[in-house]
Design a protein around this ligand. Structure first.
Ligand code: PLP
Length: 396
């Protein structure tokens, strides 16, 4: 691997120099007001990125997976029913975590490449007259398949059924890169991590709780210690943690939120859409298809690209690493060997994306696929020339 080339994996993402440096700081006393000067603005910054006025933000030394566990263990009791769709590796893993916590998961099996079936959710929720379902899980962006789902539609399904279940959203590969509206969508728990849209190293679970989710935590029976939000809340009141926080990462998170908000969330989202559209233009020019079944579910943070039957897509990833020092994502689970993934989120520019497209193209030609060198690059160049978002003013 080269330490100079950008990575094109959908997390961890490339780190802007300033954010990387912000993580590198001298030791401070994490039980002093000085720590509060990092903690409180970082939490406020996350709240703004979530587009929420009221979400209670918790930051744990962990990863997105710890965020899932925070969501479940603080709000549910063993035997509680949870509704979830399985349409990729990440929704699968969250379901698996529910089951290991002795929750009863009503699983809606959904073809990989499709979004969450909000209409099925609506039917199931209206049929649940006794309100046995306590929580609805929704993976906003399935990183394994490059599929985004319509969270507003899931909220509408809940509302249409007059169902009181809480709505938990995995936004690990969308928050900070794709439009996410905590308040407007009536999200009760939002989960993310530090190493995707926030452009930091892995190491933080970042979670937002609504008032209803906080209320549920008062009676939730699942055991929790490290991820107990009540302990964390007590800590925050004293500028502290129930244990030792990852201070450097949190200082990085503070700068990451400032950076995103300075660029402007809508500009950040537009940049991701533009870069992703260029990648999709390249895929089209190669004559290949995305795993995502239709344009309405195309993810703006990761593209999972199907390779021809009989070809092992993982070879592209191995070859790119071995010959060009560039990282792409392999296919996971059901689509292992069938797709390779280009991550295009976080600190990413048109020009960086072009280098990834060019590298993928070289690999595919090296490995004997019937692809014309330069075809994808040219398609993306055409797209980026007409839509470039670069301006001296926005250059960081
Ligand atoms: C990366 C990812 C996770 C897991 O996060 P970790 O930080 O690796 O624990 C969960 N959900 C989605 C959608 C992801 O992309």
């Amino acid at each position: 691997m080269s330490f100079q080339n950008p990575v094109f994996i959908p997390g961890p993402t490339n780190m802007p120099e300033a954010i990387r440096k912000a993580c590198d700081m001298p030791t401070i006393d994490h039980r002093s007001p000085l720590f509060g000067q990092i903690l409180h603005p970082a939490r406020a910054g996350v709240q703004e990125v979530l587009k929420s006025e009221t979400a209670e933000v918790f930051i744990f030394p962990s990863t997105g997976t710890g965020g899932w566990e925070t969501a479940l263990t603080n709000t549910l009791s063993a035997g509680d029913t949870v509704l979830a769709a399985r349409n990729g590796m990440f929704s699968h893993r969250w379901i698996d975590m529910c089951q290991r916590h002795e929750l009863d998961v009503q699983i809606v099996e959904t073809p990989w490449g499709h979004g969450l079936p909000a209409d099925r959710y609506a039917e199931i929720l209206s049929a649940d007259k006794e309100h046995k379902i306590k929580v609805v899980l929704a993976t906003h962006n399935e990183t394994a398949t490059g599929v985004k789902s319509d969270i507003a539609a899931v909220r509408n399904a809940l509302n249409a059924a007059g169902h009181p279940a809480l709505l938990f959203v995995d936004g690990v590969s969308s928050i900070g890169s794709m439009d996410f509206r905590f308040d407007e969508w009536g999200v009760d728990v939002a989960v993310t991590g530090s190493q995707k849209g926030f452009m930091l190293p892995a190491g933080l679970a970042i979670i937002g709780f609504s008032q209803r989710a906080l209320d549920a935590s008062k009676t939730a029976g699942l055991p929790r210690t490290f991820f107990d939000i009540a302990d964390m809340t007590k800590g925050y009141a004293a500028n502290a943690y129930p244990y030792t926080p990852a201070v450097g990462l949190m200082n990085g998170l503070l700068l990451a939120t400032e950076t995103l908000l300075k660029e402007g969330l809508e500009n950040v989202f537009a940049r991701h859409t533009r870069i992703a559209s260029g990648v999709r233009a390249a895929v089209d020019a190669w004559g290949l298809e995305l795993c995502a079944a239709s344009p309405d579910v195309y993810s703006d943070t990761v593209s999972a690209i199907k390779t021809p039957i009989g070809f092992n897509a993982t070879d592209i990833v191995t070859h790119a690493a071995d010959h060009y020092g560039v990282a792409f994502g392999v296919g996971l689970g059901e689509v292992a060997g069938k797709v390779f993934r280009i991550g295009h989120l976080g600190s990413m520019t048109d020009v960086m994306a072009l280098s990834g497209i060019a590298t993928a193209e070289m690999c595919m030609v090296d490995l004997g696929l019937d692809i014309k060198l330069g075809s994808g690059v040219a398609a993306a160049q055409d797209f980026y020339r007409g839509t470039t978002g670069y301006s001296l003013k926005s250059a960081a």
